[in-house]
Design a binder for this molecule. Structure first.
Ligand code: TXA
Ligand code: MG
Length: 324
């Protein structure tokens, strides 16, 4: 990737930003909370680019940003509480985690393989204009490298990500400065997953009920495996660093090498024949699901390098191997 373009906060700049997102690029843009690092949420490879740029060592579910509540309803299923919250606080600094709708187009990678999805309609006029021009859900965690503070202006973004992303929209300072409040409405009592821009009290006053205490999420406290019907866990056992397969196993390959005994596999998929880690990340969750559906007792996984996105891929696979 070359240098990161600074795009002006006008019609031409936003049109360029939307075009970059549509072709699978990465664009940082202002929201009222913090600057987000956006990618088209429907393109898994674009979403993999977010993790690569941030050097994030693990995958967690990302928030997808929408232009309107109408657009959000295509992606998620809203119960009465979720609808009430959306109507009261959108556009604004609230994220709702809801079950995926049958019409959901957000990639598995953006959802970390879950059957739920985090959705937000931001209030910032530039974010709104960009989402409208893009016409797709835009996945966007904060636009900083992993472990650094969340950026509230374009210069913060560039000090972390210059040369690692395609562009940043120069939209001045974000005014809330803390991330959105995250509430999960997954049937049963709503839960506060992360405190943020909308105060807890305002939410409780609206719904006339106390929020269940949250299971911490977020970059600093990633959801622990097994919590909140949390990360997708395959039913099959997972065997890592496999170099030969055993009877009845399904295999998950990486790179051009074949695995010994692979003709007997119950099912076989290759995360990336060329050994491209970004492509592998994009396929990870859907391939695990497909191999699981083959009915194999065990999924044997070829070794995957521990470099770049390989860290996050291996982290996910180790959790899958351990979660019993
Ligand atoms: O203010 C914000 O929310 C900023 C700006 C850019 O909009 N965005 C942000 O996004 O903080 P992100 O992707 O870093 O937030 C991810 C967090 C996860 O760590 C998790 O806590 C929660 O959102 N989340 C998203 N989808 C979820 C799901 N399906 N289940 C549980 N938690 C989910
Ligand atoms: Mg962050």
């Amino acid at each position: 990737m070359g240098r990161t373009a600074r795009l002006s906060a006008d019609e031409a700049g936003l049109a360029e930003a939307a075009a970059i997102l549509q072709r699978g690029g990465l664009v940082a843009f202002p929201t009222e909370t913090v600057y987000g690092l956006g990618a088209d949420a429907t393109q898994a490879e674009a979403v993999a680019g977010i993790y690569a740029a941030k050097e994030r060592p693990s995958f967690n579910p990302l928030i997808s940003h929408l232009e309107s509540f109408e657009a959000a309803k295509v992606q998620g299923t809203f119960d009465d509480t979720a609808r009430k919250l959306a109507e009261a606080f959108w556009p604004g600094p609230l994220t709702l985690v809801v079950p995926v709708a049958p019409t959901c187009t957000i990639s598995d990678l953006a959802r970390a393989g879950l059957d739920s999805v985090g959705l937000r309609v931001p209030a910032h006029p530039l974010a709104h204009a960009l989402l409208k021009a893009t016409g797709r859900p835009v996945a966007a965690p904060s636009a900083n490298r992993s472990g650094r503070v969340s950026p509230t202006d374009a210069d913060h973004v560039l000090s972390d990500l210059d040369g690692r992303i395609d562009a940043v929209v120069e939209g001045g300072a974000s005014d809330v400065g803390v991330e959105s409040t995250i509430v999960a409405c997954l049937g049963g009592a709503p839960r506060l997953l992360r405190p943020g821009g909308v105060p807890r009290e305002a939410i409780e006053a609206l719904i006339g009920q106390t929020l269940e205490s949250g299971l911490e999420g977020g970059e600093k406290n990633p959801l622990a495996p097994g919590m909140l019907a949390s990360h997708y866990a395959p039913r099959a056992q997972v065997r890592l660093n496999a170099t030969a397969i055993e009877a009845g196993e399904a295999i998950l390959l990486f790179g051009p090498e074949r695995m010994q005994g692979s003709e007997q596999a119950k099912a076989a998929l290759n995360l990336s024949k060329n050994g491209d880690l970004k492509e592998a990340a994009a396929h990870l969750f859907s391939y695990l699901r497909q191999l699981d559906a083959s009915g194999a007792q065990t999924i044997a996984v070829a070794p995957i390098p521990e470099t770049g996105l390989g860290d996050a891929i291996n982290d996910r696979l180790r959790r899958a191997a351990a979660e019993r």
